[in-house]
Ligand binder design. Structure first.
Ligand SMILES: Nc1ncnc2c1ncn2[C@@H]1O[C@H](COP(=O)(O)OP(=O)(O)O)[C@@H](O)[C@H]1O
Ligand SMILES: [Mg+2]
Length: 298
């Protein structure tokens, strides 16, 4: 899984330039998009035949803020690895931004679509199963200890050499003794119009805290199969999850639970597009997040 060669600073500056152009024009066609996630976008580089997946994080106000994020991601990867969870090689990099700000990137080897969880399941038979399911569930059980959580959605996993490998460490699920997320959620709330930031800032920690519990992580994994049109895998995933949980997931509850969750993501997507319009048209400044035209949750 090792990558000996790292992306150079000048290549990363080229990525930043291409993303900047896309942020200014709203035209993503100059980018090799490997995937839109809930909070970030994986951009393949070099364009057209990618070696790396580059995920641009929201700008950090200063070096200190970047350093805190770097430390958190590093700690998260070390914690997951110590628990026996495989994490894709991930490097946290930075570029200078305006006024002392730092632009952070998570850089990973670019994987083939066929290695990613959704495609792996799409090419397997849901009546027979696939070992990636057991492996993801095993990873969840191994690391969710109240202080650590993990996003078990199949979109966050790859199947590499017979092992499930997590590729989404952008928002580290680490909690303090009181169960509060260590991550500074303001970083991501900046994508939303200021009028809703206060409510989201209040709701955020509670939302993120849910992933500390294996039952929620596995419920989320099962119900989001609706989003990726992999519904036929739900019974098998629920059965596998329930063999490890004391408090079983009720399969018939998942559709309503997904509908509720999807509503929230659709709303956030709409709010981002409104804020983007506001920032550009009224404030005449750049909106810092690549927002897809549509969301898979719609
Ligand atoms: N290293 C990678 N190689 C190829 N595709 C990737 C890679 N990392 C992420 N992706 C794709 O991009 C999507 C979003 O990335 P992810 O890290 O999950 O961001 P988010 O935190 O926003 O969910 C993934 O679901 C996957 O489809
Ligand atoms: Mg993800």
């Amino acid at each position: 899984m090792g990558v000996d060669n790292r992306i150079t600073d000048s290549e990363l500056a080229e990525v930043e330039e291409a993303i900047s152009a896309a942020l200014e024009s709203d035209d993503h066609s100059g980018l090799t998009i490997l995937g839109y996630g809930e909070v970030s976008v994986a951009v393949g580089w070099p364009h057209g035949s990618p070696t790396w997946a580059c995920k641009r994080m929201p700008p950090f106000t200063n070096q200190e803020a970047f350093d805190a994020y770097l430390a958190l991601v590093t700690d998260y990867i070390a914690t997951l690895t110590a628990a026996g969870v495989n994490v894709l090689d991930t490097e946290v990099r930075q570029l200078p931004g305006p006024n002392g700000s730092r632009i952070g990137y998570l850089v990973q080897p670019a994987l083939e679509p066929s290695q990613l969880g959704p495609d792996v399941l799409r090419s397997a038979d849901p009546t027979i199963g696939h070992p990636i399911i057991e492996a993801i569930i095993e990873a969840v059980m191994a690391c969710t200890d109240g202080r650590t959580g993990i996003d078990a959605q199949v979109t966050n996993w790859a199947w590499i050499d017979g092992r499930a490998v997590n590729l989404d460490v952008n928002t580290p699920f680490m909690y303090d003794e009181a169960g509060h997320p260590v991550l500074d959620i303001d970083m991501f709330i900046g994508a939303l119009p200021w009028a809703v930031r206060a409510t989201q800032r209040k709701a955020g920690p509670k939302i993120i805290a849910r992933w500390a519990k294996p039952r929620w992580a596995l419920t989320d994994m099962a119900m989001n199969l609706h989003k990726d049109h992999l519904e036929e895998w739900i019974p098998l995933v629920v059965r596998a999850a329930n063999s490890r949980l004391d408090d079983p997931i009720i399969e018939s509850d998942l559709e309503a639970a997904y509908a509720k969750e999807a509503k929230l993501w659709v709303k956030l997507h709409r709010l981002k597009r409104i804020d983007r319009w506001w920032q550009r048209t009224i404030r005449r400044r750049r909106y810092q997040f690549l927002v897809p035209e549509t969301t898979d949750y719609a």
